[in-house]
Every structure is written in C-alpha cells, then in structure tokens.
Design a protein around this ligand. Sequence first.
Ligand code: CXF
Ligand code: ZN
Length: 368
Amino acid sequence: MQTLAAVLHQPAGAFSLETIDIAEPQAGEIRVAVKAVGVCHTDLVIGSGALGNAFPTVLGHEGAGIVDAVGAGVTSVRPGDKVLLSFNSCGHCPRCDHDDPAYCHEFFPRNMLCTRPDGSSRLSRDGLAIADNCFGQSSFAALAIANERNVLKLPEDADLATLAPLGCGIQTGVGAVLRSLKAQAGETLLVIGGGAVGLSAVLGGVLAGCGTIVLVEPQASRRDMGQSVGATHVIDPSAAGDIVDAVRAIALTGVDMIVDTSGHMPTLARTPDMIAPMGRIGLVGVPGALDAVLPLPMIKWLTVGGTVRGIVEGDSDITGFLPELIAHHAAGRLPFDRFVTRYPFTRINEAIADTSNGTCIKPVLIFD
Ligand code: CXF
Ligand code: ZN
C-alpha cells in the first residue's frame, strides 16, 4: 500500500511530504490510519541526528487513529478500533516482566534509535528503505505500523484529535509528578520549563494537591498558561536575577520536588541550593547532545540528601496510566487540550517553527 508521510531526508532538515510504500503488518503488528499526531520535542532531537538514528526517516510518536489491518497473532484490537499509540517496549526483559515498560532494557533502540531488532523497515520509496519504528510507530504519516505493546484501544466515542498528545508529552509530565516522584498533598513542586511537558507536570502537581507549584519559564505566554492551570507562582528566569534567590523567596526552606523539562545545565547546577533536605529531582528534559553531562556540585548534593532520577514517559505503563489520564480529562481535571494548537498534517514544518517562535506550545497535526 501507499501512504502520505513526512519524510526527513537529512538531520535538521525540513520534513518533505511524499507518497511512500508501507508494508503489510507482520506478526504482532498493527497498521493504523493515523487521524492525529502530536509533535514532541524528542522528535526534533531525533530529527537532529544527535542520537545516531538513520536517515531518511519518518518520525512521530504521539499518534492516534483507527486500526486498518492487523498481523498474525494480534488479539487486543481489530480493524475499525480507535487506538492511541504510545512508546514501545520488548515485552520480555526483566523491566517489562515487572510492568515497567518505560524502563524496558531495549527502550533506546526500539524508541529513540527507531530500529527493530532485525534491522528491518516497513517503509520504502522506489525500493529504497526509509527508517521507521520511531517509538514503535513513526506516525508522521497517514498510515503507521505499531505493535500490540504500544497500542491502547479506545472507546468508540473517543476524540482522537484531543487524546493524541497523551501518548508521550502529557503522560510524561503528569506521570513524572504522580508516579515517578510520588508527590504528596501539601508538598512543594518546582517545574523548570513551561512547554507541554512542564505544564503537564504543573497539572500533575494540582492533581496531587501540591500546596506550592512554581513554574520557571522565560516566555510570558507560557507563564500565563502555567498560572491559569494551577501554578501558584511563576518566575521569569531572564528577569528574576539569581534563580536560587527567586525560588527561595517563594519556598524559604527549599522545594520538595523539582521536575526539570529544560535540560538547561546552568540551571540544573543550581538545583542543590533550591531543594529542601531530602528533596527529589526528576530529569525529564532531553538535552540536544548524547554526551551532555549533569553538573551537580557533589558536596552540596550529598549533604542535602537529595535524590536525582531520570524519568522516562512518567513511569507510565500505557494500559494502566493512560486510561486514568483519559478519565481525568473527561472529568475536567486535566485540561491539557488548552496547550494544543491544531494544524493540518501538511503544515508540519510551520507547526514546528511555531513551537520555536513562541506561537504554539503543543502542535497536534490533523489528517483529513
Ligand atoms: C523520551 C524522552 C527522553 C528519555 C526517553 C523518553 N520521551 C519522549 O519524548
Ligand atoms: Zn515524546
């Protein structure tokens, strides 16, 4: 079959809309007619080539659509079902066995490196392979091949355009606070970076009942959004002077939790002075280089007794956490749709440009 896809031919290039060939789904695979797909910052990091993935490639990892065909052995969905696509996992490593698929031993190759264990691709043009399998989906295309492990069946009345970004960015931010850092009511939370993931962390803080939620974000429109969804305080780092003083002016004894979505090393280096004793930091932001190093002053960090941990997808388990988030949204407790701007799929390059120029927080591309 053929499909329209946004092909990236070279690192950091523009996406090229092309009709390409897509294979039949193989055993355990699910072909999905994509109806909406969010754009995540990680698409841009992978698209920069910084992680060592192959080109040409089709990216995209926040797809939502309708099952078009299934491969042998697929039992969880059938053609016509609405589905949400999320991250991929192997299903047979110790972490997958423990229901921690976000920490699958093969997470990096199966998601960020966009490879399959056998090196195969389901996409091609004129007989030449196009790298696919970005987060087990490559959903910047009208048709995408996913797997039983990264597909969640949705109710018939699900609104695909609304739910699409739950598959990565939203679950990452909310889950970082609720599941990874296990926020408790009354605790103080500092969120660094007010993109879709940071704002979702704010929403997670609200759901957890955090007493003080501080958002550090240079763009005024994003700070305003943060306040309107529950941040109790906002800091403009470019106007605040010393960031530690600004945080300590709000939380005198330091904050209990920090969620960093910025990957901004100079700010991260100051976090030992912002955190309360035995506080915890969750690292969510992806720096632009594979060899980026976290600069934590050791003695300060030791003496504050802090915990620092990497967070993948908010410790989500897809079939457990995503339905919870869908229920929160339906009940009005998770208004992540307020961060979203919709674009026709064919305007993918404009959507991405708008995330850098501040026009848009979270683009969701819509297929006709
Ligand atoms: C990624 C972010 C970096 C760590 C692995 C998961 N999530 C998606 O964008
Ligand atoms: Zn993502």
